[in-house]
Ligand binder design. Structure first.
Ligand code: CP
Length: 303
């Protein structure tokens, strides 16, 4: 049987998204299972991570698997000049599945071509972060009870923020989404994603501010300005404080609205929002364990 990878969110069909939602719910009910007993999973992180790496590793531990890998490429032979090709070729000799984060766009697709075992893209530059998207969708499903008819506000760095790119593509598979993009011109949603929506006849609106329209939102998806993607630090300084969501701004929002954020947060959500029942970002990160258990078991056909 040919191996299945998760590199772009479009590698999964709508039916697979729904299957991942169902499996995530089952793993949340029963998080300790031994489906990965005897399997070795590699986590190769060429870029820093807290949630993605640790929630994948928690998922593997909860499923009874073993982990090899690195969280800092300086501790691997990459620091001696070994290529990505050779690194992946070697690791695919050792492991049953590779989970990789890398700063270069397209690196995960390349790794999947080289590898003999399935590859999960844990973030490749500003391109895609599909496992984050599946946990975001699970969070939307849990809090709204549906994935159809969602008015989704995406706020902040829509240019470099890979999580919004993957989420836009996935949510566009469901009925009647409305996308509201809130970003300064320097960080606007790239044209290719707007074209993707236009070609599907999906509505999107672009805004510089959102105070007056926030009451329409079902989900407010806040994002960090991605400092590490800026070539010129002066450009980062200009936009780093562009949006800060404060508790008082939520007063007239829908009672059911939830605030999501892939995290880490810098200052784009004031800490006075944290105790508001509409804040969901820490639970969203917890949901990542169950969703990643579901992704691994789906790719390795463990059920
Ligand atoms: N959401 C996310 O990717 O967080 P980390 O960078 O901590 O993995």
């Amino acid at each position: 049987m040919s191996k299945k990878n998760l590199i772009s969110i479009t590698d999964f069909s709508k039916e697979e998204y729904l299957k991942i939602m169902e499996l995530s719910s089952q793993f949340e009910e029963n998080p300790s299972q031994s489906l990965l007993k005897g399997k070795v999973i590699a986590t190769l992180f060429f870029e820093p991570s807290t949630r993605t790496r640790l929630s994948f590793e928690t998922a593997i531990n909860r499923l009874g698997g073993k982990i090899i890998g690195f969280s800092d490429s300086n501790s691997s032979s990459v620091s001696k000049g070994e290529t990505l090709h050779d690194t992946i070729k070697m690791v695919s000799n050792y492991a049953d599945l590779i989970i990789m984060r890398h700063p270069l766009e397209g690196s995960a697709r390349y790794a999947a071509e080289v590898s003999d075992v399935p590859v999960i893209n844990a973030g490749d530059g500003a391109n895609q972060h599909p496992s984050q998207t599946l946990l975001d969708m699970y969070s939307i499903m849990k809090t709204q009870g549906r994935l159809d008819d969602i008015n989704l506000f995406m706020v902040g760095d829509l240019k470099y923020g890979r999580t919004v790119h993957s989420l836009l593509m996935a949510m566009s598979q469901f009925k009647n989404p409305i996308f509201n993009f809130v970003a300064p011109p320097e960080l606007a949603m790239p044209d290719e994603y707007k074209l993707y929506l236009s070609n599907k006849g999906i509505r999107y609106f672009e805004h510089l501010e959102f105070n007056d329209i926030i009451n329409q939102a079902d989900i407010i998806y806040m994002t960090r300005v991605q400092k590490e993607r800026f070539i010129d630090p002066v450009e980062y300084e200009k936009v780093k404080n562009v949006y800060i969501l404060k508790n008082e701004m939520l007063a007239n929002t829908k009672p059911t609205v939830k605030i999501l954020h892939p995290l880490p947060r810098i200052n784009e959500i004031h800490t006075n929002v944290d105790s508001n029942p509409k804040a969901y970002y820490f639970t969203q990160a917890r949901n990542g364990v169950f969703t990643r258990m579901a992704i691994i078991s789906h790719l390795l056909n463990l059920r």
